[in-house]
Design a protein around this ligand. Structure first.
Ligand SMILES: C[S@@+](CC[C@H](N)C(=O)[O-])C[C@H]1O[C@@H](n2cnc3c(N)ncnc32)[C@H](O)[C@@H]1O
Length: 379
C-alpha cells in the first residue's frame, strides 16, 4: 500500500525552507547522527566489554546485574563519555539547524496558518481550549531537547512548537532506522487493512498528534471517516491544522488531554496513537487506556504504535544505552514505557483478553519494525 501523505519528506506550504548554509548544517547533523549509530555507536560496548565488565568482575566476582551497577563505572569511561557528549551535541545541533530556518520563516508561516484557519475553504477544524493544562510529566520540559518543549505558546498565532516538531522529526529520522518516510501511520493503517478490514471506521481519533504528520494519512486512507486528532500543546495544534489544510485533507484538531478527552462515550470506531506512550507517565498511561475503552463503540478498535524499546528485548548494556534517553535526552517517561506490560494494561482497562494484540510490524519504508499494542472493545 502506498500513502502519499505518509512521507516525512513530503513538501507542503507550512514547511520552512532552509537556505544553503542551513542545509549544509542539516547535512552535517545527518552524518554525525549516522556515525553515532554505526562506527561511533560501538563506543559504549567497547568501553563495557574491554574495561567495565572485567573490572566489575574482578571487584565483585560477578557480572553487573542492573542498570544501577553500570551507571557509575560507565560514566567514568572516556569512550562512553565521548559517545554520550557527541549524542547530546548532535541532538542540540539538530534543533539549532532546523530552528534557524523556522525562525526566519515564522512570520510567513504564522500568517499562512491564520489564513488557513479562517478560510471559507477549510476542510477540517481547530479547537483550542486554554483551560487544558499541560501534564507535569511533559510541561516545563524540553522533551528530547526540543527548545520550548511541547508547551511553547507565546501568542495567539504561535506555531513554532509544531514547526520544530515536524522539521526536527524529519531530520532525526532520515538516514537512520526509520528511513526517509514517516512509516508510523502507513505501518498501522496497513495492519488494520490486513487484519481488521471489517472495522470500516466512520469516526477516528489520533491521540498525541503533535504536528499531525501521522493524523493526515488516516484522512487519506479512510476518506469516508471523520478524523479527529488531539494533543495538549496549542502551538503544536495550530501548526498541525495548517499543515493538514495546506495538504487539503480534513482533520479536526482539538486541544484535549488523552486521559480525559471530553468526547461522549462510544464516540469512535477506531482510536490510534503514534509514539505517544513512550512519553506518558505511570499514572497517565492506565488512564489513557481506560479513556480509549470508554470512547470506543462496541466492537471498536484501539491500536497504539511506538518504538520497540522494551527492556526484555535487549542485553544489559543495550538497556543501559537505551536509558540514555532518560538521563540525557529529556525523556522522563522512558523507563515507564520500556517496562510497561501492554497486554496487562489493556486487560486492566476492560478490553477482552482474546481481542488483545501485542506485536511487532515491519516498517513500510526501511529496516526494523514498530511495536503495536491494541484490542477491540466487547460487542
Ligand atoms: C512523541 S510525540 C508524538 C507525535 C505524533 N503522534 C507523531 O507520530 O509524530 C508525543 C505527543 O503526545 C502528546 N501528549 C503527551 N501526553 C498527552 C496527553 N495526556 N494527552 C494528549 N497529548 C499528549 C505530546 O504533547 C506530544 O505532542
Amino acid at each position: 500500500m502506498h500513502l502519499k501523505t505518509a512521507t516525512r519528506t513530503l513538501t507542503h506550504e507550512m514547511l520552512a525552507r532552509p537556505d544553503h548554509d542551513e542545509l549544509a548544517r542539516e547535512k552535517f547533523v545527518l552524518s554525525l547522527k549516522g556515525s553515532l549509530r554505526s562506527g561511533l555507536g560501538k563506543a559504549p560496548r567497547a568501553a563495557f566489554e574491554h574495561r567495565v565488565l572485567p573490572a566489575f568482575q574482578k571487584e565483585y566476582g560477578a557480572a553487573p546485574a542492573s542498570l544501577e551497577d553500570l551507571r557509575d563505572p560507565m560514566a567514568r569511561e572516556p569512550l562512553h563519555q565521548m559517545w554520550s557528549a557527541l549524542s547530546r551535541s548532535a541532538q542540540d545541533l539538530m534543533w539549532h539547524a532546523v530552528g534557524a530556518s523556522i525562525e526566519r520563516a515564522a512570520p510567513r508561516m504564522e500568517t499562512l496558518a491564520r489564513k488557513l484557519r479562517t478560510s471559507n475553504r477549510k476542510l477540517g477544524s481547530l479547537m483550542l481550549n486554554p483551560s487544558v493544562k499541560m501534564p507535569e510529566y511533559i510541561g516545563h520540559i524540553d522533551v528530547h531537547g526540543q527548545p520550548g518543549g511541547y508547551e511553547q505558546d507565546e501568542s495567539a498565532d504561535d506555531i513554532i512548537a509544531g514547526a520544530l516538531y515536524e522539521s526536527g522529526g524529519n531530520l532525526y529520522s532520515r538516514g537512520v532506522a526509520i528511513g526517509r518516510h514517516d512509516s508510523k501511520a502507513g505501518c498501522l493503517i496497513g495492519y488494520l487493512q490486513e487484519h481488521h478490514a471489517n472495522l470500516r471506521p466512520t469516526r477516528i481519533l489520533d491521540m498525541g498528534c503533535s504536528a499531525g504528520g501521522a493524523s493526515v494519512p488516516y484522512a487519506e486512507a479512510f476518506p469516508e471517516a471523520e478524523v479527529h486528532a488531539i494533543d495538549i500543546g496549542a502551538g503544536l495544534l495550530r501548526y498541525a491544522h495548517a499543515r493538514a489544510e495546506s495538504l487539503r485533507f480534513p482533520v479536526h484538531f482539538s486541544q484535549r488531554n488523552a486521559e480525559e478527552t471530553g468526547f461522549p462515550d462510544g464516540h469512535f470506531d477506531l482510536i490510534v496513537s503514534h509514539n505517544l506512550f513512550h512519553e506518558v507517565s505511570r499514572r497517565s498511561g492506565p488512564r489513557i487506556f481506560e479513556e480509549c475503552h470508554r470512547l470506543l463503540r462496541p466492537g471498536g478498535a484501539v491500536f497504539h504504535l511506538d518504538i520497540p524499546a522494551q527492556r526484555h528485548r535487549f542485553d544489559l548494556l543495550d538497556q543501559f544505552v537505551g536509558d540514555w534517553q532518560t538521563w540525557h535526552n529529556a525523556e522522563p517517561c522512558w523507563p515507564v514505557y520500556v517496562t510497561m506490560d501492554a497486554r496487562a494494561e489493556l486487560e486492566a482497562a476492560g478490553f477482552p483478553e482474546q481481542t488483545i494484540e501485542v506485536l511487532d510490524r515491519p516498517k513500510v519504508d526501511g529496516p526494523g519494525h514498530w511495536f503495536l499494542f491494541g484490542a477491540r472493545k466487547e460487542n
